[in-house]
Design a protein around this ligand. Structure first.
Ligand code: C2O
Ligand code: CU
Length: 432
């Protein structure tokens, strides 16, 4: 690979490790060093971090409403912690060192026990020096099965990330380079998607669970060879499925698609220079019982309906390159404060509905993630929009969100561009 040529084409098929957890309780994740073929075959493999010998880690498939026990063993020579991104679970299982738990030290095991309240597409990732540990590969899909699965032939996970690779296949270790932190963050020179299947049949109806696991890159996506709709965002069913156009995923965001296969499938990142192929899915045979039924919405979510907001807070993103200064003592700040302040940004009583205006007063987009809750994006018409756990706010733009804070505890609120988070764009809220 020539490093100057940003993002060479993927030639080899990338398949997610399929680990069956049937009947296994507890589940077991071992954080450890792994070697993964990231570049197309024929190029050097990459020494990185992962879980259970693989990067991405195994897809965990769990049932909604049933307690799941996951033993996380730290096989690294540094601390770690695992966050179950998007899961509305008990605060002490949220995986955030300094806020909800102690670091898991090398050779130690922490047992996470939680009951997933929502069916959908989630993921897990390191939440300790995460701008580095996630960039090195500590991520995997976390799927909460539907009570009644939609009528599809395949359920395929598509985990996308990017990496800063040297010509020998090794990862660049400039994870916290000041210049990149102050700009768009640690952005890969190579990207691809890992799929949980290698082929489908022509005419199959397929659910794709697309996860952007990149630390900083926003992916504008297109899917070829497939005709269908978006049925969920960030794990939450859309009331009305919507056309599969203008699909953009910020870091940590997910989209569930249900499509009918019309030809060889390609997942493309849309760049100014053209489409860059992230993964291919081959056609093997034809489905003789093609579905004629329209694709319908997934079962609705069970989140509480918001009441009239009792607080309206403003969170202003500040700092970075090409912006005015701020009073925080790191590169980025929220409301003039960098990094986790002593006092929470917001204090809410359990069940309170809160409106927040997220103001992006910087020269870069930010994907703002709230732990332990989903929130509604508020449209220009003031109507409740999509339910999300991470919302993308473009440079110079603002967005209102409305959240029912019904999950007690200390919850992180941060930019999921992990370079910006380590650069100071982090705060927290308290729900009591
Ligand atoms: Cu996906 Cu605070 O994390
Ligand atoms: Cu950011």
């Amino acid at each position: 690979m020539n490093r100057r040529h940003f993002l060479a084409q993927v030639s080899a098929m990338a398949i997610l490790p399929t680990v069956s957890f049937a009947g296994q309780n507890p589940l077991r994740l071992r954080a450890e060093a792994v070697v993964q073929q990231i570049l197309p075959s024929g190029n050097p493999a990459t020494a990185m971090l992962g879980f259970n010998g693989a990067m991405p880690g195994p897809a965990l498939r769990v049932a909604r409403g049933a307690a799941v026990t996951i033993d996380v063993e730290n096989g690294l020579d540094e601390g770690t912690a695992v966050h179950w991104h998007g899961m509305r679970i008990a605060n002490k299982m949220d995986g955030v060192p300094m806020l909800t738990q102690d670091i898991i030290n090398p050779r130690d095991t922490m047992t996470y026990v939680f009951t997933p309240p929502d069916a959908g597409t989630f993921w897990y990732h390191s939440h300790y020096i995460s701008h580095e540990q996630v960039a090195r590969g500590m991520m995997g899909p976390l799927i909460v099965e539907d009570d009644i699965a939609p009528d599809v032939d395949h359920d395929i996970t598509v985990m996308i990330s990017d990496w800063v690779l040297n010509e020998d296949g090794s990862l660049s270790d400039a994870f916290a380079d000041m210049h990149t932190v102050a700009h768009g963050g640690y952005l890969g020179n190579y990207a691809r998607a890992f799929l949980s299947a290698a082929s489908v049949k022509l005419g199959d109806r397929v659910r794709f669970r697309v996860i952007n696991a990149a630390t900083n890159r926003i992916f504008p996506l297109a899917v070829t060879g497939a005709n269908g709709v978006v049925v969920a965002l960030d794990g939450m069913a859309l009331v009305e499925p919507r056309p599969l156009t203008d699909l953009v995923l910020a870091p940590a965001q997910r989209a569930d698609l249900i499509v009918d296969i019309t030809g060889p499938v390609g997942f493309d990142m849309l760049l100014r220079q053209g489409a860059f192929r992230l993964a291919d899915l081959a056609i093997e045979g034809a489905n003789s019982e093609r579905r004629q039924s329209p694709i319908t919405a997934l079962a609705p979510h069970g989140l509480p309906a918001p009441a009239a907001p009792t607080q309206h807070l403003t969170l202003t993103m500040m700092g970075g390159a090409m912006a005015r200064g701020h009073d925080g003592d790191n590169i980025w700040a929220f409301n003039n404060l960098s990094d986790l302040p002593q006092q929470p940004f917001g204090s809410f009583s359990r069940g309170e509905t809160v409106r927040m205006t997220l103001v992006n007063d910087t020269a870069f987009p930010h994907g703002i993630h709230l732990h332990g809750h989903h929130f509604f994006e508020v449209g220009d018409d003031d109507a409740l929009g999509d339910l999300r756990d991470t919302t993308l706010v473009e440079a110079g733009a603002r967005r209102d969100i409305i959240c029912v804070f019904d999950n007690p505890g200390k919850w992180l609120l941060h930019c999921h561009m992990l370079s910006h988070a380590v650069g100071g764009m982090r705060t927290w809220v308290n729900v009591a």
